[in-house]
Design a protein around this ligand. Structure first.
Ligand code: NDP
Length: 435
């Protein structure tokens, strides 16, 4: 805590992992002596830089940008870029730390990193976003590369932003190479990448339910967020015969007791991606739906919950409410959406709880496959990638069960994910000696 003074999110993420790892390495001297966990919890490097850009009124604006390269023991650094006013070094360090375990869990050769800026894209024109992205990449380009660090999208960074940044990288270096993932399919993007995180979180849920003798069909789902992850999670729930009751954004949530079907999901995608509007408009458009200003959706009774917005969006009280209302499973599309106290509530209630580092790994897994396709200069079709994603999520679930099985049918998925993710990275680091 002293070393990372004031970095609450980062300390929270390390604490959550440390408990399980200490238990696992208790009788494994090699990991102690080599101080492996301490080494993983100290980023390889953090680059912090000024991002200067001009708005439409010709004002010069100054933002801060970062890239946290946490660990590259098992492959090039890999992890998204986030543009949001809440971005700071602590948030990016927590995300890069989590990413290291997540990427290891996918079984693909990717290390962990994360980057971003406190730039707020809301209300900015296309040209402003373009100028900002170009300025951001004007510094970032010297720290990344297809074999060193391959960023992707995250909150506030979707296809449009990746396009502007990729264009700038290409202009500065004169090279077309697979330096970013989440690209459009016209210029090297992978099929299934936009869907992968949300679909993957539902596949993980499906695997947890199956393991306990349940199914997604007929289940009611409460989902937070209305961005990339949330809308695709909703889509997959609907495809598997479940009923989605809520979506949200930072303003509040909408509750639609009739269920948010595919047509309504498509409407939300257009609202968010084309009009860049607010979720409150949903309740004006669809009869029967209600909007709850300034609230989160966790008091709506449901069978399964998928937090898909942001970190610490589900606290202890809300976790208790979900459990009291009969939730049987929680699968996290977002990164660390549940607070440590909230996780304890799920743990004590012995409900199925899939932490983000396992449940949302489908996105980075397909990013890994995008890297492979770029290296080979080929592209696989939707069906093949869909099958690969399904298989990858089943494998991740299996690894969690292997290390997290508590007997009597209960699996501690947090412990399983932490240990399985740690072991591969730790063994690679041991092989390198002290570096
Ligand atoms: P988007 O920017 O597409 O959507 C984010 C959604 O979350 C929006 O609805 C946004 O509302 C809401 N949100 C953001 N910040 C807050 C906040 N402070 N309080 C309440 N709501 C908030 O991002 P993604 O869907 O890509 O990412 C969502 C989560 O999933 C993040 O935790 C991300 O790290 C994680 N993730 C994403 C992956 C991906 O492939 N995209 C991969 C793995 C994890 P508003 O529009 O009002 O800001």
């Amino acid at each position: 805590k002293k070393r990372n003074h004031g970095q609450t999110e980062f300390i929270q993420a390390v604490q959550e992992v440390a408990q399980d790892i200490f238990e696992f390495i208790e009788d494994k001297e090699q990991y102690h002596t080599a101080q492996i966990l301490r080494r993983i919890a100290e980023p390889d490097r953090i680059v912090s830089f000024r991002v200067c850009w001009e708005d439409d009124e010709h004002n010069i604006r100054v933002q801060r940008g970062w890239r946290v390269q946490n660990n590259n023991a098992i492959g090039p650094y890999k992890g998204g870029i986030r543009f949001h006013s809440s971005v700071n070094e602590s948030v990016l360090k927590f995300l890069a730390f989590e990413q290291t375990f997540k990427n290891s869990l996918t079984g693909l050769p990717m290390g962990g990193g994360k980057g971003g800026s406190n730039f707020n894209p809301k209300g900015k024109s296309d040209s402003e976003v373009m100028r900002f992205c170009q300025s951001f990449m004007s510094e970032l380009y010297r720290h990344i590369g297809p074999n060193t660090d391959v960023p992707a999208g995250d909150i506030g960074v979707g296809g449009r932003e990746i396009g502007y940044m990729f264009g700038q990288y290409k202009r500065l270096t004169g090279r077309w190479e697979g330096v970013l993932t989440g690209k459009a399919t016209e210029y090297g993007g992978s099929q299934m990448r936009p869907e992968a995180t949300g679909y993957g979180a539902v596949y993980f849920l499906q695997n947890m339910l199956k393991h306990a003798g349940h199914d997604v069909e007929g289940k009611t789902a409460v989902i937070s967020g209305s961005g990339n992850v949330a809308t695709h999670a909703a889509e997959k729930i609907v495809q598997l015969g479940g009923k989605v009751l809520t979506l949200s954004d930072s303003g509040g949530f909408i509750h639609d007791p009739d269920g948010i079907d595919q047509e309504k999901i498509d409407w939300v995608k257009r609202l968010k991606n084309e009009r860049r509007g607010r979720i409150s408009e949903y309740a004006d458009h669809f009869t029967g739906a209600t909007y709850h200003d300034g609230k989160r959706p966790w008091d709506v009774t449901c069978d399964v919950a998928l937090p898909c917005a942001t970190q610490n969006e589900l606290n202890e009280g809300e976790a208790k409410e979900l459990v009291e209302n009969g939730v049987i499973a929680v699968s996290e599309g977002a990164n660390m959406p549940t607070t440590l106290d909230g996780v304890k509530v799920f743990h004590d209630a012995k409900i199925m709880y899939g932490p983000g580092k396992a449940a949302n790994a489908g996105g980075v897994a397909v990013s890994g496959l995008e890297m492979s396709q770029n290296s080979e200069r080929i592209s696989w079709n939707q069906e093949r990638l869909g099958d690969m994603l399904t298989e990858l999520m089943a494998d991740i679930h299996e690894k969690c069960v292997e290390y997290g099985d508590q007997g009597e049918g209960h699996v501690d998925y947090v412990k399983g994910a932490n240990i399985a993710g740690f072991k591969k990275v730790a063994d690679a680091m041991l092989a390198f000696g002290v570096v």
